[in-house]
Design a binder for this molecule. Structure first.
Ligand code: URA
Length: 228
């Protein structure tokens, strides 16, 4: 592990402690344990789910219920294990009765998620379901419209591929969705193996190039089909 990776890991441990003691929203009153996230602190691939359920709240670990079993299976099918990836959620505390996350809960918790992305430095972030997708894409477009197509975003000060995926819990309820999720999972290895996401040129860079009479450089060829 490089020195940089060690420092990032230490900062991640400090963030874990901060999250464990967090009282920024009322969910701290009803949770059993915070669920920080788990896995490889130096992973190229991160998954972001919605919020802990009952079993996650009891164990303090993400995706340990049935949805987690499906996630493990789909990871296995693309040659990966949980130890290879980092799995987190939008919310670190369980909403009572598994109700939807509320806007003020998301707002209180989101700095932790962006800090996790900054420290883990993934190449690809897969959002699972609507809440994670809308938060990290910054767009209100629903998951069924955007799933399976990589986007390029700056998250936690880092340019990454964001791949929106159906939530495994939804896939468990509907067999056709499970096959869709499986198909979208199959695109992950190529994203991981390809060149990293490149930042879009800034408005100033575009203006400077145009003033010089040049044209705006196209994004790397490998990303053209991803930027739509
Ligand atoms: N569903 C989620 O979104 N996250 C978990 O951790 C478990 C189930």
């Amino acid at each position: 592990m490089t020195a940089g990776a060690e420092e990032r890991r230490e900062e991640l441990v400090a963030l874990y402690r901060e999250v464990s003691a967090c009282t920024k929203c009322p969910l701290h009153e009803t949770r059993t344990k915070t669920v920080f996230g788990a896995g490889n602190a130096d992973a190229d691939l991160m998954f972001v789910g919605e919020a802990p359920g009952a079993e996650e709240d009891r164990q303090g670990l993400p995706f340990v219920g049935r949805a987690g079993q499906l996630l493990n299976q789909l990871l296995g099918e693309i040659g990966l294990a949980r130890e290879d990836v980092f799995i987190a959620n939008v919310l670190k505390s369980r909403p009572p009765g598994n109700r939807d996350p509320q806007p003020e809960e998301i707002a209180a918790c989101e700095p932790y998620l962006f800090e996790q992305v900054r420290l883990i430095e993934p190449k690809v972030v897969c959002t699972l379901g609507n809440f994670a997708t809308k938060l990290l894409s910054g767009s209100p477009t629903g998951i069924t419209k955007v799933r399976g197509t990589p986007q390029v975003h700056e998250l936690g000060g880092r340019t990454v591929f964001l791949l929106p995926l159906l939530h495994p819990a939804a896939a468990l309820r509907t067999p056709a969705m499970k096959e869709t999720l499986r198909g979208d999972f199959a695109t992950i290895p190529a994203l991981l193996a390809g060149p990293p996401a490149a930042p879009a040129p800034s408005a100033e860079e575009v203006a400077a190039l145009e003033a010089e009479g040049g044209s705006t450089p196209p994004p790397p060829a490998s990303q053209l089909d991803m930027l739509g």
